[in-house]
Write a protein of this length. Structure first.
Length: 106
């Protein structure tokens, strides 16, 4: 099942989202999931940054700032640690790879 989700996500990001005007956020519901999805997309050649709670704050900040850059086409794969208080108008696509664990995360 995971491989089907991965292939659908990759197809979406390289077709539909590729034609969009900005970066993409992909939310996973676990750190392991974010790492796995991020690494899979990286291996497939996409410009990926990963954001999760086990990262140093400086590293998380750097990853988020990379999608604020003009003309950024980055894909940020994140857990809900990135969902709180984020306002990035340039983000053109948000994908919920996994359902959120809590409704208030949305």
């Amino acid at each position: 099942a995971q491989s089907h989700k991965d292939s659908h996500l990759y197809a979406y990001l390289t077709t539909t989202a590729k034609g969009s005007s900005g970066p993409c956020l992909v939310f996973c519901n676990s750190i392991a999931g974010a790492r796995r999805v991020g690494e899979t997309l990286r291996i497939l050649g996409l410009p990926v940054k990963t954001v999760h709670a086990k990262m140093q704050q400086k590293a998380r900040f750097g990853a988020v700032e990379s999608i604020r850059e003009p003309n950024s086409r980055a894909v940020v794969v994140a857990t809900d640690v990135a969902a709180r208080g984020l306002d990035i108008p340039s983000v053109s696509t948000v994908v919920h790879y996994d359902a959120a664990r809590a409704v208030d995360t949305f």
